[in-house]
Design a protein around this ligand. Structure first.
Ligand SMILES: [Zn+2]
Length: 191
């Protein structure tokens, strides 16, 4: 059974200094790094799914321009752990794509999440933004029969009220919320 740690949209665009800022966005980095370090120790694959939009994206009819491909806004903050074992999927890359869901993302060689996980597998999700791309990824994951767990202390919202409604919707779909320390406790390092 495959098990994946999915890090969603931890890029400059959604940091306080970015073009679509989550005021508390930077707070996801430390718990995400903790989860990444542990995932590596227990052999859980780490996948990042990041917005990377063209300038003429229809997405910008809804949102201020952000995460334009090739600009610093589309890059992860330097504090976020990264190495060559991790796969990055880019989403929203076509002019007619919103790219809310990590399942729409593709790696450089065309790999998608559906190539890596399916029914009965497990995904742990961290990142931004709770009531948008976290919710979309979690609902798409749960609808595929994937055991879907959101790392509750490694997500942040634009809006607390909308996030609370989003969390109820995810829970109704069978998504489980638990902390990074619970993730660590339930995945002991092999002796
Ligand atoms: Zn976007």
């Amino acid at each position: 059974m495959a098990e994946i740690l999915l890090v969603v949209d931890e890029i400059i665009a959604f940091m306080p200094e970015g073009n679509l800022p989550v005021p508390t966005g930077r707070e996801v980095i430390e718990p995400t790094n903790t989860a990444i370090r542990h995932a590596k120790q227990v052999g859980i694959k780490i996948i990042k799914a990041n917005d990377s939009h063209p300038e003429n994206s229809i997405h910008f009819d809804t949102w201020p321009p952000h995460a334009i491909a090739g600009t610093p806004d589309a890059k992860p903050p330097v504090e976020l752990l990264h190495d060559d074992d991790m796969t990055t999927l880019l989403k929203g890359t076509g002019p007619n794509e919103h790219g809310y869901s990590a399942f729409e993302g593709r790696s450089q060689d065309g790999t998608t999440l559906d190539d890596m996980v399916g029914e009965g597998d497990t995904i742990h999700i961290a990142g931004l933004v709770t009531e948008h791309c976290i919710m979309t990824a979690a609902l798409d994951s749960a609808s595929r029969g994937i055991k879907t767990r959101v790392l509750s202390d490694a997500i942040r919202p634009f809006n607390e009220q909308e996030a609370a409604a989003a969390i109820r919707k995810m829970e109704d779909a069978g998504v489980v919320f638990s902390s990074v320390s619970e993730f660590i406790a339930t995945h002991p390092i092999p002796q």
